[in-house]
Design a protein around this ligand. Structure first.
Ligand SMILES: [Zn+2]
Length: 293
């Protein structure tokens, strides 16, 4: 059961989004800046995303008529411009995902503001405008970032976990929609194995690794909720895994009453509902004004 369910367009039972964070090899450059350029294995693992997985993913979306959301660090916009062009040509959304995947909890203050603006500049150059949405690298949003999002007119964040379905976040200066994430619908735990950045996980087989996501979908579908997958091209875009996602998409589109949309369209829908009197659940920020003890 979901309190205060959101009515979806055309009476759809569940809103769905398969979102991808196209981090590519930014992860190794931020983790090992001194010598990452000469660590060819992690660079190649990251490059697989924009060069091999993305054409595969975009072709599936084209065939099935889907428009979806991608979160891309600014450094990746500059490094993989052809992939960015292909994403935009497919009518998809590209959201802000930091400059070079810096963690906002570590990069605070002036350095965070500078990285944020540098990424915004890359978005303006490659995507023709300011993005509507943001997802924090490793979900680590800080109040400073929320304030930057509001200052720059962003419409939504997608990094936090306070509900099952989209909710509103309000500060003294404005409001954002939150498109909530959680670790049960993120492909990092089942599929990432990345010693250089501290992950030594047993990689699961495609069906076993994806099975939990589909259970999450079933629960959201039954409740009339919101199902969002947070995936990475170099993980879920691998051949055997994407084959399974593709089959799930085909079956779901054929047999279920679902609304697949980019997150900015979900934000548009929520804005419309609010204008018509819908009362979303609200989280007021900042949560705390200082250390708690
Ligand atoms: Zn990321």
């Amino acid at each position: 059961m979901i309190q205060n369910p959101i009515p979806w367009p055309n009476g759809a039972r569940c809103a769905c989004a398969i979102t991808f964070d196209m981090d590519a090899d930014s992860l190794i450059h931020i983790a090992r800046p001194g010598d990452s350029h000469d660590r060819l294995y992690p660079v190649s693992m990251g490059r697989y995303g924009p060069t091999v997985a993305m054409p595969r993913i975009l072709e599936t979306y084209r065939r099935l008529g889907l428009k979806q959301s991608f979160f891309v660090p600014g450094w990746c916009l500059d490094t993989y411009p052809e992939t960015i062009e292909a994403i935009l040509a497919g009518g998809h959304e590209i959201g802000h995902h930091g400059w070079i995947h810096e963690d906002p909890v570590i990069t605070r203050g002036a350095a965070q503001a500078e990285a944020f603006e540098r990424a915004l500049d890359a978005h303006r150059r490659h995507c023709g405008g300011t993005p509507a949405g943001y997802r924090a690298p490793v979900y680590n949003v800080t109040q400073q970032v929320i304030d930057l999002l509001i200052e720059h007119g962003f419409r939504y964040d997608s990094s936090l976990m306070a509900d099952d379905i989209p909710y509103e976040m309000r500060t003294a200066d404005g409001a954002l929609w939150e498109m909530p994430v959680h670790w049960g619908t993120d492909d990092w735990p089942p599929f990432a194995h990345y010693d250089e950045i501290g992950y030594m996980m047993p990689v699961r087989g495609p069906s076993a690794g994806l099975a939990g996501f589909w259970e999450e979908f079933e629960a959201q579908y039954e409740a009339g909720g919101f199902f969002m997958l947070v995936a990475h091209p170099f993980l879920t875009g691998r051949l055997a895994r994407w084959r399974q996602v593709e089959r799930w998409l085909e079956t779901t589109l054929e047999t279920r009453d679902v609304w697949f949309a980019p997150l900015r369209e979900i934000a548009d829908h929520l804005d419309g509902l609010k204008r018509d009197g819908f009362d979303p659940r609200v989280e007021t920020l900042p949560y705390y004004d200082g250390p708690q003890s």
